[in-house]
Design a protein around this ligand. Structure first.
Ligand code: HEC
Ligand code: HEC
Length: 278
C-alpha cells in the first residue's frame, strides 16, 4: 500500500510541477522525497492541501502555498516563524489527522519546515514577521468569568459555537474555509484544544484568528482585559476529556495513524501519541 501511494504521489508530483517533471528537471532532493513520502498523501504534492487521501479527512490540510498558517506566534496577517512550523511538525495538531511526525530526526523536521515556508507563493521579503506579544494571563476571578460570559454572547460566539460551546450554533453547519471546503466550529467543551490548552493560547486565537477559516480575529474589537475575560470564560467551558483510541489517539488522530504509517510506527515505539491521562 505504501509503495502504491508513493508511486501515485511521485507520478502526480512529477506531472504537476513542470520545473521538476520531464527528463530535464533536476532530480528530487532528500527533502522533496521526504515530503513526498510522509506529507504529500494529505498535503498534496504541491502543498496545496489536496493530497490523494484528503477525502478521508474531515479536518482538511491547509494550502501551504497561500502562506496562511493557523498555528503561529506571529501577529495577524503575518507568516509563521520557522519555529511555529517546526512545532506543528514535531508536536502535531491535537485531535486532527496531523500527528507528531516522530519518524523524523530534528534535522529533517527543520528541513521540512524551511521547505514548506519556501512553498509560499508570495513571500513577504526578508524582514522578520512581527511577533504577537502575549503577557501572562491575569488571575481568573468571578468578575472576569461573568464578564467573559457576557462577551461570549455579545461577540456572537454562540452563532457558530452554540450557547454552551458545543459547536452547534445556528450557523455551525454552513461554514466553509478559504478553499470553499466545509469546516465545523470546534466543540469548546472538550480538551485538548488544537490551538493549545493554556489561557494564553486562547488569547492568541482571539487576537490572530485562525487564518483560512471562518474563525474571526477579534484583535481590535476587544480591549486587553476583555480578551482575557473571554479567554478565561472559554477556558472554563473545556471540561470534558476525549476518549482515547489506538496509541492514545483522540478523534481524527486515528485516521492519521492509518495513513501516516511511518509516523505511526515511530509513535508506537515511543509508547503512543501522548501519555495517558493521570
Ligand atoms: C494524515 C494526513 C497528514 C499527514 C500525513 C501530514 N499532515 Fe500535516 N496536517 C494535516 C491536517 C489535516 C492539518 C490541518 C490541521 C488543522 O488545521 O487543524 C495539518 C497541518 C499541518 C501544519 C500546520 C499548518 C498551520 O495551519 O499552521 C503543518 C506545518 C503540517 N501539517 C506539516 C506536515 C508535514 C511536514 C508533514 C509530513 C512530514 C505532514 N504535515 C503530514 C494532515 C496531515
Ligand atoms: C462564523 C463562525 C464563528 C464564530 C462567530 C466564532 N467562531 Fe470560533 N471557530 C470557528 C471555526 C470554524 C473554528 C474551527 C477552525 C478550525 O478547525 O481550524 C473555530 C475555532 C475556535 C477555537 C479553537 C478551538 C481549538 O480547538 O483550538 C476557539 C477557542 C474559538 N473558535 C472560540 C471562539 C469565540 C470565543 C468566539 C466569539 C468571540 C468565536 N470562536 C466565534 C467559527 C467561529
Amino acid at each position: 500500500m505504501r509503495r502504491l501511494l508513493l508511486a501515485l504521489a511521485a507520478i502526480s508530483w512529477v506531472t504537476s510541477i513542470p520545473a521538476l517533471g520531464g527528463d530535464e528537471g533536476p532530480p528530487l532532493g532528500p527533502v522533496e522525497l521526504l515530503y513526498l513520502e510522509d506529507c504529500a498523501p494529505c498535503h498534496g504534492v504541491t502543498g496545496a492541501g489536496d493530497g490523494v487521501l484528503v477525502y478521508k479527512l474531515r479536518t482538511k490540510p491547509p494550502d501551504f502555498t497561500s502562506g496562511r498558517y493557523k498555528f503561529r506566534t506571529t501577529a495577524q496577517g503575518e507568516p509563521p516563524l520557522r519555529e511555529d512550523v517546526f512545532r506543528s511538525i514535531t508536536q502535531g495538531v491535537a485531535t486532527t489527522p496531523m500527528l507528531p511526525q516522530a519518524q523524523l530526526s530534528e534535522h529533517e523536521a527543520w528541513l521540512l519546515a524551511d521547505y514548506l515556508l519556501g512553498l509560499i507563493r508570495r513571500p513577504r521579503g526578508d524582514d522578520a514577521p512581527e511577533l504577537l506579544q502575549v503577557a501572562d494571563a491575569p488571575p481568573r476571578t468571578d468578575e472576569t468569568m461573568s464578564r467573559g460570559k457576557g462577551l461570549y454572547q455579545q461577540m456572537e460566539c454562540p452563532r457558530c459555537h452554540g450557547d454552551r460551546g458545543y459547536g452547534d450554533g445556528p450557523s455551525a453547519f454552513s461554514q466553509t474555509d478559504a478553499q470553499g471546503r466545509s469546516i465545523q466550529p470546534r466543540d469548546l467543551s472538550y480538551r485538548p484544544r488544537k490551538t493549545g490548552d493554556r489561557v494564553e493560547d486562547l488569547y492568541r486565537v482571539f487576537v490572530t484568528g485562525l487564518a483560512g477559516t471562518p474563525m474571526p480575529s477579534f484583535g481590535d474589537a476587544l480591549a486587553e482585559r476583555d480578551r482575557w475575560a473571554l479567554a478565561h470564560y472559554v477556558d472554563g467551558l473545556g471540561v470534558d476529556e476525549y476518549e482515547r483510541g489506538p496509541l492514545q489517539s483522540i478523534g481524527e488522530e486515528a485516521v492519521g495513524l492509518e495513513i501516516a504509517t511511518r509516523a505511526a510506527a515511530a509513535l508506537a515505539a515511543r509508547g503512543g501519541i501522548r501519555p495517558p491521562p493521570e
